[in-house]
Design a protein around this ligand. Sequence first.
Ligand code: HAM
Length: 498
Amino acid sequence: MSAQKKRASRTSSRAKPKARVKKKQAPKTARKKKAAPKRSVKKVAKKSVKKSLPLAKNRVTPKEPEFEPRKKSKKKNIASVRGMRDILMRDQRYWQWFLNVAKGITEQYGYSEIETPIVEDAQLFKRSIGDTTDLVQKEMYEFDDQSGDRIALRPEGTAGIVRAYVEHGMLNMPQPVKVYLAGPMFRYERPQSGRFRQFHQFNVEVLGSESPVMDAETILIAHTILKELGIETSIQVNSVGSPEARAEYNKVLKTYLKTHKSAAVKEALERYSKNLLRILDSKDPEIQSILEEAPQLIDYLDDDCRAHFVSVLEHLDELDLPYTLNPRIVRGLDYYNRTAFELWHGDTEETRQSALGGGGRYDGLVEKLGGRETPACGFALGIERIIAILRQEKTSPPKSDEPLVYLAQIGDNSKKRALKLFEQLRSQGIPIIGNLAKDGLRQQLEIANKKGAKFAVIVGQKEMIDGTVLIRDMESGIQETVVLENIEKELEKRLKKA
Ligand code: HAM
């Protein structure tokens, strides 16, 4: 597909966000026909649970509730703010999975969790990300609070972490200080697929080491987290050198571009007048093809930066990590020097526009924010984008290995006993789960199945009178009556074997 065509297809998909597509009214006959598969879906659902659920034959399998964002109605319901989304109950297992994997791996490499406020002095971001960047000029949520202080919602996590490092004297702790942070970030961007105004990042930062091993370690961690989740990524890596090398390269690049007398180049030179390097990120196909022949920043690196970059690449080779040297990775934030990298799922222009993560070295930032000269590097992963891929590729979070016991009850009277029994078993360490708000046994056993419970304890009307309960093996469907006093012992015996 030509670059122009690609752009056109991107634009057309952007122009039709899902929520806005109007459903065409189907003709009556077609609508009647559409109802048929619904019935067959129910049949299949019934069939699959038939063996294990002999009770309540006529009950219909409940549908999972749909939680679509509220649309503006005549009643003027208040909807969520554009570009900001709820993370609903059905999404939580993906989020927990991501966080468990990400935190687990990062902690193994010796990082500790840090949390910084969502709101910071706006000056923090202006000074670190750069006054002239799009992120600060166009995308930052910035306002005066009631005391007249100029504050901002954090658009990224690194600046806050560096501020905390300086403010809490972490410069005096054993170096390097290795931290990770998970939380929401805010950017006033045009909402589209994979781009939100509130989104979440998983940041990993090393402060106080200039060793190329740390660049490689952070790249490895980012890649490993995604690999562990079953997401293949390519590492796009570059070196943006020192500020001096970039200043020299800027001049060379400008001279090269001026030899092309096209309107697109003229416009781009104006647009990127404050930071010409950003032109390397341009999506304009004409600019892209002109840049193919352009001199490369890598050829203007000083000896130290070149040696550092070579060493980072040697580490990546040693680790057998699949990387691509990409001279166009310059990143949109001003604080970077030397290594810059992104992780793409696939290698196309589209995937490039929605990188799963990015990072690099920012050796001058601590000093810029009032600390001593301190080398540092890190990265951030975009959690929404990662979860979208997991869903798209139908990768499900693994089920817990712990053999769970589900407590089900039938009838109002049984609820009283069930509640007491639930607390008794829970406090004695039995991995019990349940939902006393549910009534029908069939529904409760379906939940037990979904949660992967090995056993169900059923408190029924008859059992209430007899002082017994039923223990049901969820796999075989075999049920046994057990005297209430022995329930704990009986469950422990079964759980040991499970
Ligand atoms: P960034 O490339 O701006 O880097 O963001 C990192 C990741 O956050 C992106 O690769 C993407 O997955 C996700 N992301 C960014 N904007 C959005 C958005 N509007 N909606 C959804 N996801 C988004 C940084 O923020 C640097 N602070 C990373 C870093 C850490 N460098 C060194 N340490």
